[in-house]
Write a protein that binds this ligand. Structure first.
Ligand code: PMP
Length: 422
């Protein structure tokens, strides 16, 4: 039985009149099963409540920002207390220095930090810093990797000019030969290689980085003088308490951070090594809210938790349990389920499901059982999840696999999604 959704439907109708396309971004109409809520009323710990009052165990974590649990008491107390003293002011508070000290102490390659708001701000500053450092224009990106919605990197180029999307070459993730070919094509104009810490592209199986590929990326940057940027906006703090590629022994020159290091409060960062300091000090970059003090207080509290607790090991344990439990249940139901990516950021895709009709049905069935999963984007675990939550997800999954098995032969195509899969 799908969940009742009259409040959500009413809001959608009103939104259609005043928000282009009804909604933008991840909640754009048609990207998720029709019965998925678009509007939410509240969130606490690992759970969300939609505007129709349904409680949902949330495996999306706001697309990453929820690391320690929604509405975390001590992190939010730090935020509120700083907000009452002064938040957006004529200049930064002392916290900006403390936060820069904290993050440069935490991230091995980093000697300096610039704070901004969104992940896209940080990747934009990374690109400008690399161009300023090298005096060159070209950037190498992995095909399908997301680095934000700016004209040079948005996956949907409508509204961007060819000039804004010039000076880019592409390689295949984990494919050294294609990386070398892209470097050769860039010739003497290579400013930066952008690397995703893991392949976490939408719609396809995820892949962990091949250490040889990561090392070769570093070598090619050293040989050409280009800067290596690891875009840790999505994976940061769910793989390591350092830059994610530090686990491979590879240190970038720049790393971009966002989403979760203030547990959902609005702040992002570009961290850089000594080599790039001069260039970073020469570019012009700012924003009206970039000195905001309250998110910095929240970040300091979140990072204290990162340093002092086993939040990461806890999430990894739950992620392993989810992965093996789902594998067992899918196999028992005769369903081919591919689980890829780090266990803290899993993606599930069904075999023989090119247009995601099984994935959409399974996700809807999970939702009807109070579990919010995603049919084509990587998910996120948070530290507020418990073993009981994983058990709830596994029970829901077992029942949902049975429905997929029974209904699979008669399933029609998923409406509206085909344009994205084309
Ligand atoms: N880089 C990566 C790897 C991301 O996942 C995202 C956002 N999903 C961004 C950059 C852009 O971040 P934001 O949406 O905060 O601008």
């Amino acid at each position: 039985m799908p969940l009742s959704n009259s409040q959500d439907r009413q809001l959608r109708e009103r939104a259609a009149a005043v928000i282009p396309g009804g909604m933008y971004g991840h909640q754009s109409t048609g990207l998720l099963p029709d019965d998925y809520p678009q509007f939410f009323a509240k969130a606490k710990g690992a759970r969300l409540w939609d505007v129709d009052g349904h409680e949902l165990l949330d495996f999306m974590c706001a697309y990453g920002p929820n690391l320690m649990g929604y509405a975390d008491e001590s992190i939010d107390a730090a935020y509120v207390s700083r907000m009452r003293q002064g938040d957006t002011m004529t200049g930064p508070s002392a916290l900006i220095v403390e936060l820069a000290e904290t993050m440069t102490a935490m991230v091995t390659h980093a000697d300096w930090a610039i704070f901004c708001k969104n992940g896209g701000d940080a990747t934009q500053i990374a690109l400008m810093t690399a161009r300023a450092h090298t005096g060159r224009k070209t950037v190498i990106l992995a095909k399908g990797a997301y680095h934000g919605a700016l004209p040079w990197c948005t996956p949907r180029p409508t509204g961007a000019t060819p000039e804004e999307r010039a000076n880019r070459f592409f390689c295949d993730y984990n494919d050294i030969a294609s990386l070398e070919a892209a470097v050769a094509a860039a010739g003497d104009d290579l400013a930066a290689i952008f690397a995703a810490p893991v392949k976490h592209d939408a719609f396809v199986d995820q892949a962990l980085p091949d250490p040889a590929y990561a090392r070769r990326t570093r070598e090619l940057c050293d040989q050409t003088g280009a800067l290596l940027v690891v875009d840790d906006v999505r994976a940061g703090l769910r793989i390591a308490r350092d830059c994610s590629w530090a686990t491979l022994g590879v240190q970038p020159d720049l790393s971009s951070w966002g989403k979760c290091f203030a547990n959902g409060h609005p702040i992002s960062a570009l961290l850089g090594s000594e080599k790039a300091r001069k260039a970073a000090s020469q570019i012009y970059t700012t924003g009206s809210f970039w000195y905001q003090a309250a998110p910095m207080a929240a970040a300091l509290e979140t990072l204290k938790r990162v340093r002092e607790t086993d939040y990461l090991e806890h999430m990894e344990g739950l992620g392993e349990r989810l992965r093996s439990g789902l594998a067992e249940r899918a196999a028992a139901a005769g369903i081919g389920l591919r689980q890829t990516g780090p266990v803290t950021m899993p993606l599930f895709l069904f075999d023989d499901d090119p247009d995601l009709r099984q994935g959409f049905l399974w996700s809807s069935q999970m939702l009807a059982r109070g579990v919010y999963v995603h049919p084509w984007h990587n998910m996120f675990l948070c530290a507020a999840m418990t073993s009981a939550d994983i058990d709830q997800a596994l029970d829901a999954a077992e029942a949902s696999f049975a429905v997929v098995k029974a209904e699979r032969p008669a399933l029609g195509p998923v409406a509206k999604l085909s344009f994205l899969l084309a």
